[in-house]
Write a protein that binds this ligand. Structure first.
Ligand SMILES: [Zn+2]
Length: 321
């Protein structure tokens, strides 16, 4: 391996034989900060990489060892190397672990979250090049050509992404909380007959029938993960969408132009709370809004007008119900 910093370097990918596109000199890297990790920008070697990482961590977790790095730093088993090359001593880590033993996560999960945060910060700079997906390309790549369609059609196509009978909230931010707001919670089939006229917002979750409050307790478990950012531009956030869809294999259902500055991506929701909190750490580093993990959070509905501009689908999957 060729060292590039006190804690990382490039190496030959152990799964190089599986690459389906040319292998660059810098496609495979090893990072020793956080949880030591090998990673490669090719997806086709994923299985080999996963096996190597498992073995690397198993070997490092076994028994006592001491390593001297090229920087001169000495790392012992249980120490954690920081991004700047400093070594966090195992005694310090154990002390912190004891001090936080009342926190909601198991100590191991906290280490995973911290390592993910470090890994995501490292990856952030390379995301735009590795998963480049600008706005114009998103429109062109859509399986259903949607962005030119009218308001009613936009709205109905989006309704078809929901399971039959799902109770969906549509309204303005305050159309919730009182019995008179029941009319904002309706099955998708009823909404199809009404059209995009009851408000600019919806939620990524459906609700229990009869709900009149948009709260997490009233969500019925059917949900999308709606990815948004206040800081990334339309051309930047596409890389996050592509990474989620292609690398993490969260199915992408649609992308909505909010008629403001941003795009919203609708994905499968994480299958567990643990996965959700891990994803939250990474997406927050990438510049996404952590509020998106509150499933009753209002988001823009396609077909509605915002200051005279239409909130519209720019990408939509095929095979809607
Ligand atoms: Zn590779």
């Amino acid at each position: 391996m060729e060292w590039e910093s006190p804690v990382s370097g490039v190496c030959r990918c152990p799964g190089e034989a599986a690459h389906t596109t040319p292998t660059g000199a810098r496609s495979c890297r090893i990072h020793l900060d956080g949880a030591p990790t090998l990673f490669c920008f090719h997806a086709s070697c994923g299985e080999v990489i996963a096996a190597v990482n498992k073995r690397l961590r198993r070997e490092l977790g076994r028994g006592e060892w001491v390593l001297r790095l090229p920087s001169g730093a000495v790392v012992r088993s249980g120490d954690v190397l920081q991004r700047d090359g400093a070594v966090k001593r195992r005694e310090v880590i154990q002390g912190e672990r004891r001090a936080r033993s009342d926190a909601p996560y198991h100590a191991d999960e906290r280490i995973i979250l911290e390592s993910l945060r470090v890994a995501a910060e490292r990856m952030r700079a390379d995301m735009a090049a590795a998963f480049c997906w600008p706005h114009a390309q998103i429109v062109e790549d859509s399986p259903l050509l949607v962005s030119h369609r009218g308001a009613e059609e936009q709205f109905r196509l989006w309704l078809q992404l929901w399971p039959a009978g799902a109770t969906v909230w549509i309204g303005d931010v305050f159309s919730s909380g009182k019995p008179e707001h029941k009319g904002h919670f309706r099955p998708v089939e009823e909404w199809a007959g009404i059209g995009p006229v009851m408000g600019n917002f919806t939620c990524g979750s459906s609700f229990k029938p009869g709900s009149y409050q948009r709260s997490n307790e009233n969500c019925n478990g059917t949900r999308f993960l709606v990815v948004e950012s206040d800081t990334l531009t339309r051309d930047e956030i596409g890389a996050v969408f592509a990474w989620l869809n292609l690398r993490l294999r969260f199915n992408l259902h649609c992308i909505i132009d909010t008629a403001g500055k941003s795009l919203h991506g609708w994905f499968d929701a994480p299958q567990s709370g643990v996965l959700g909190s891990r994803l939250k750490v990474v997406l927050t580093v990438f510049g996404c809004d952590p509020k998106l993990f509150t499933f009753s959070q209002p988001v823009r509905v396609p077909g509605a007008l915002r200051n005279g501009k239409m909130q519209r689908l720019v990408w939509c999957r095929e095979g809607a119900r």
